[in-house]
Ligand binder design. Structure first.
Ligand code: M7G
Length: 317
């Protein structure tokens, strides 16, 4: 396995803030909307490109599920009703819940880079079948020259941020990892559970770097991650998806743990690799992920799409 030395971190960073964390917000004061860059009425989400303090920001807004413990508050005289239809026994209303019950989820990325704006914009998607040669000649050189900053990952591993959210840690430098709630999960609805397991090792970029030397790490994450989730959330292994994205957005090795009921973005056959299958494939053939052609999806504004296009990949079709 190739080492990813400490000093490479700075070169790879596209976050000009370095270690300085922007302040926590208490309102959207000062945000000017540039454009709505994505919208999904089924998931009830909208993504806005805004400017704040002269810098780009991404704001993801998501309507949250009903909290079944709060139904009493919904059906109380604190909820105002505006009638929109009445016919015999049938009535429809707009219901205005008390403000405390009305929270929606907001994720803010500020300052956002051009790459973040691309990542969160609606755009056309294309399939790439990446042979080992394409990986070495096209994908890898791009990853080595430009990728998302991983400052947030290092902040978690060094306990500078999100330390109070850690669900489980195995500190072993070779096989250890930190398990904590993913930024996408509001930590309320257990049926939408989404945790991420981030390894302490710094030299595994993605699925492509795995071989039989990685088995102790992979088995450890699977066993201890499941145990920790069973203990804290009482969700058994039979109700959990544990998987790896290929391609990931962040090339510091990590695992996704999601509740089986959650329709998680990125769980499709063109991106998710179940950890149990990954372990078994490597047990059968150490170099499995180094020798295989891997399929993934790229979006038209992504660097990977542009690079593959420049290399004539789509002309062969
Ligand atoms: P990925 O497969 O590299 O990329 O997964 P994706 O974002 O395209 O799925 C990275 C995972 O880390 C995602 O599920 C993100 O939601 C999550 N994540 C990203 N950031 C920046 C943070 C963060 O700051 N904190 C936490 N807890 N999770 C994050």
């Amino acid at each position: 396995m190739e080492a990813a030395p400490e000093k490479k971190r700075k070169i790879e960073s596209d976050n000009d803030q370095g270690d300085i964390a922007p302040p926590v917000l208490c309102s959207f004061k000062g945000f000017d909307i540039e454009k709505v860059i994505a919208e999904n009425s089924r998931n009830k989400t909208t993504t806005i490109h805004a400017k704040m303090g002269g810098k780009d920001a991404i704001v993801l807004l998501e309507k949250t599920p009903f909290d079944l413990d709060h139904v009493k508050k919904y059906l109380s005289d604190d909820t105002a009703l505006k009638n929109t239809l009445k016919n015999d026994i049938y009535g429809t209303y707009e219901a205005f819940l008390p403000p405390t019950e009305n929270a929606i989820k907001a994720v803010v990325i500020h300052p956002a880079t051009e790459k973040h704006i691309q990542k969160y914009s609606d755009q056309e998607r294309y399939i790439i079948r990446e042979t080992p040669e394409l990986y070495s000649n096209v994908t890898l050189p791009l990853l080595q020259s430009r990728q998302f900053s991983m400052q947030w990952v290092y902040n978690i591993l060094e306990k500078k941020q999100e330390a109070d959210r850690i669900v489980f840690e195995d500190p072993d430098p070779e096989t250890g990892f930190i398990l904590l709630p993913d930024m996408k999960w509001d930590r309320k609805d257990k049926n939408a559970l989404y945790l991420v397991g981030i390894v302490h090792k710094h030299d595994v970029r993605s699925l492509r770097d795995l071989d039989d030397m990685s088995l102790p790490l992979l088995r450890n994450i699977l066993i201890k991650g499941r145990e920790a989730i069973k203990e804290k959330y009482n969700i058994p292994a039979s109700r959990l998806h544990v998987y790896i994205h290929y391609q990931p957005s962040y090339y510091h090795f990590h695992m996704h743990f999601t509740h089986i009921k959650l329709e998680a973005p990125g769980f499709g056959a063109d991106r998710a690799h179940l950890l149990t299958d990954v372990i078994e494939n490597i047990e059968m053939m150490s170099e499995y992920y180094k020798k295989r052609t891997l399929t993934f999806v790229v979006r038209e504004q992504e660097d990977l799409y542009i690079k593959y296009k420049e290399n004539g990949y789509f002309e062969k079709e």
